[in-house]
Design a protein around this ligand. Structure first.
Ligand code: PLP
Length: 479
């Protein structure tokens, strides 16, 4: 990109664009990084500077940028047709992808529950929205519920459309849109690091889920919430909504071993359905292709998006069981149809990209490489424990969150106005690493094509930026 174009682009951005989750008054007074191209795990700005894409372009990218075979799959489909409606028409990329996604759920028959149908939409929020509506209608028809209700985890994030925000439990998003939302109960999330019931002491070098000492009080609280719902309304929850294995936006809160099994057992006792949001955790991020396989607990609804196309095009899928699907079958005049859909549902280009991405994901090379990556990531993050502001490091597969604190022994969080996470990421950017914090948690999630050298570079820049940041802090904080 030429320098003059660069200037014009920034000018136009400043004058006409409105960026998501961005305080635009700050944005307009700064020069953003202007990305021109990408290759593998790196992005290049208009001056030719390279940046490691350390949050995989907001958790979407799997195999790296400009992967030759994904590009080729999109081009081949483009040479046939770019888009046709899925309303009243079928196409091969769509049916191949639906069939492949179901095949990947293969060992979901263990508990006699099997995901058998795929409903396509465009992004994580719409995948949740579709799942929410399926549950609502099916609970009325199958369970005879009058007022199907939901419960979700504290700090949960499920997207930004109104239904998805209602299902979520992020305080600031709720405050803003309060009058538009429907009530959803919440239950305690297993945030062991800051859990009031955890009697274990932080041990540098060991993630909080391993030093936890408790009696699963969070699980008891969930049990009580289910009982109370029953007493209050005479109806159990229609569904429990969970991001399995690790909650992303909540601050990379990883769940201790056995937690999901306990919660699911209680939900099943109450005959509540399980909705798993694997928008972030899906497609190998936590080890197996889907995070539910870590526990073997099969959901009744599985929501997928972000990594579905390898991070190339917007596409999402809501998978469900024959039981829920059947609730929408009947004569035309019964009006049991699922009255929901989007113009770009099952876009053929996106489906073609997804099919190729899944092919790569399931190759033996990719599987064994991902296994190695989780060890390489752990080794890359281990040196950070020596930095006093590092309170906790939580990792699941190739996802990690580094929680920074003012004071390690007291676990004192940095105040919002100190923008600690933002400042550390600002410095990382100068050092050639791009990622966004979640409050005081630094997110690390590299594309799977990253190699040992990339992780080494990640490690040393994290050490440098965190060490510099602690050096700039008043001495009283550091003990
Ligand atoms: C990103 C995300 C969503 C929302 O997906 P969008 O594609 O941004 O609408 C939903 N759930 C989880 C867990 C996510 O990480």
């Amino acid at each position: 990109m030429r320098k003059t174009d660069y200037k014009q682009t920034l000018e136009q951005d400043r004058n006409f664009s409105w960026h998501p989750f961005t305080q635009m008054s700050e944005w307009m007074s700064n020069d953003p990084v202007l990305i021109d191209s990408g290759e593998g795990a790196y992005l290049y700005d208009s001056d030719g500077n390279a940046y490691l894409d350390a949050n995989a372009s907001i958790w979407t990218n799997l195999h790296g940028h400009r992967d030759a075979t994904i590009n080729e799959a999109i081009i081949q489909q483009l040479n046939k047709v770019a888009h046709i409606s899925y309303l009243g028409l079928a196409h091969q990329p769509g049916s191949d992808l639906a069939s492949e996604l179901i095949a990947m759920q293969s060992n979901s028959e263990i508990q006699g529950r099997k995901l058998q149908r795929v409903f396509f939409s465009d992004d994580g929020s719409t995948a949740m929205e579709a799942g929410l509506k399926m549950v609502y209608e099916a609970a009325k028809r199958i369970k005879g519920m009058r007022n199907p209700g939901f419960i979700s985890l504290d700090s949960a994030y499920h997207g930004d459309s109104i239904g998805a925000v209602s299902l979520g439990q992020v305080g600031i998003f709720h405050q803003s849109f309060k009058g538009l939302l429907f009530p959803v109960d919440k239950f305690m999330n297993p945030y062991c690091y800051r859990c009031p019931f955890n009697r274990g002491e932080p041990e540098p070098g060991i993630s909080s889920i391993y030093w936890k000492k408790c009696h699963w009080e969070c699980v008891d609280q969930f049990d009580r919430a289910c009982e109370m719902r029953l007493q209050r309304t005479d109806e159990a929850y229609a569904a429990v909504v969970i991001e399995p294995e690790i909650q992303g936006v909540a601050g990379m809160v990883s769940q201790p071993h056995g937690w999901l099994e306990k919660i699911s057992a209680i939900a099943r006792q109450h005959n509540s359905w399980l909705v798993f949001d694997e928008v972030m955790t899906g497609f190998g991020r936590t080890g197996p292709d889907f995070a539910w396989k870590n526990s073997g607990i099969t959901p009744d609804i599985l929501c997928l998006a972000k990594g579905l196309t390898g991070g190339y095009l917007p596409l999402a899928a809501t998978l469900t069981t024959q039981e829920i699907f059947s609730a929408f079958l009947g004569e035309y005049q019964d009006q049991k149809t699922f009255f929901h859909g989007h113009s770009y549902t099952a876009n053929p280009l996106a489906c073609a990209a997804a099919l190729e991405s899944l092919r790569i994901l399931q190759s033996t090379h990719s599987q064994s490489h991902r296994e190695k990556l989780s060890h390489i990531l752990k080794n890359a993050l281990d040196p950070l424990w020596d930095i006093p502001i590092v309170g906790d490091i939580r990792q699941s597969g190739t996802i990690a969150g580094i929680e920074i604190v003012q004071n390690r022994s007291q676990k004192t969080p940095f105040h919002w106005k100190e923008k600690a996470g933002i400042r550390v990421c600002q410095r990382l950017k100068e050092l050639g690493v791009l990622t966004r914090p979640i409050g005081n948690v630094l997110v690390v999630m590299l594309p799977y094509c990253a190699n040992q050298a990339d992780f080494q570079m990640l490690s040393s820049t994290l050490v440098q930026s965190l060490t510099e940041f602690s050096a700039g802090m008043p001495q009283k904080y550091l003990n």
